[in-house]
Design a protein around this ligand. Sequence first.
Ligand code: HEC
Ligand code: HEC
Length: 160
Amino acid sequence: MKFRLLPLTLLAVIGLAVAAEPNYPLDAPAPDGRRPGGTLTQEFTPPPLRDEENKDLRRERNYPEQPPTIPHTIRGYQVDTNGNRCLACHSRANSARTQAPMISITHFTDRDSQTLGTVAPRRYFCTQCHVVQHDVKPLVQNDFENIDELLYRETEQAEQ
Ligand code: HEC
Ligand code: HEC
């Protein structure tokens, strides 16, 4: 079947066409985002990676639905089709032995609102939502106020 190769051939032709004609200037200044200065193609020495915070103290959440941040290092913890290292401590069965907080009940509910007997597929890849922290200067400014601060300010203003 000769037509089987058609999509591949088309892809290759388009690819060549795109590669042959870069329509952006390679020395254009890069946007001053996370990587200030330089041009688009210039390579900088990246800053050294910081250690993950490992204080083992659960952090306050900014609102009740926030996925809590991870207060311990997860370096080398594997999460893939063969296994989930997080569940070795955080599953229902293991949390008593390890004293790790059990994944919450929401993690057992699948997308059809059925509560399953084990963690739902959509909650399997923990680091989609839970992240470790690093002791670094924030990259962008943030003036988030939590609900307590907001309510406090509102009552203060109302009383004046
Ligand atoms: C060796 C056991 C162990 C493993 C493996 C582990 N944890 Fe933990 N985790 C804990 C314990 C114990 C705590 C309680 C705080 C502490 O001691 O660090 C905790 C706390 C947490 C918290 C904070 C919960 C809260 O309510 O604030 C999150 C989130 C978390 N872990 C996510 C993860 C994720 C994601 C992974 C996998 C990448 C993982 N943990 C792997 C033991 C573990
Ligand atoms: C799609 C996002 C998402 C994924 C994926 C996810 N979580 Fe969560 N997790 C949350 C949110 C949101 C909360 C807080 C609200 C709640 O309890 O549902 C939470 C809460 C938690 C808590 C605190 C429970 C408590 O009662 O204090 C732990 C521990 C936790 N998750 C561990 C895990 C582990 C381990 C995995 C992977 C197996 C995982 N989560 C996957 C979003 C997620």
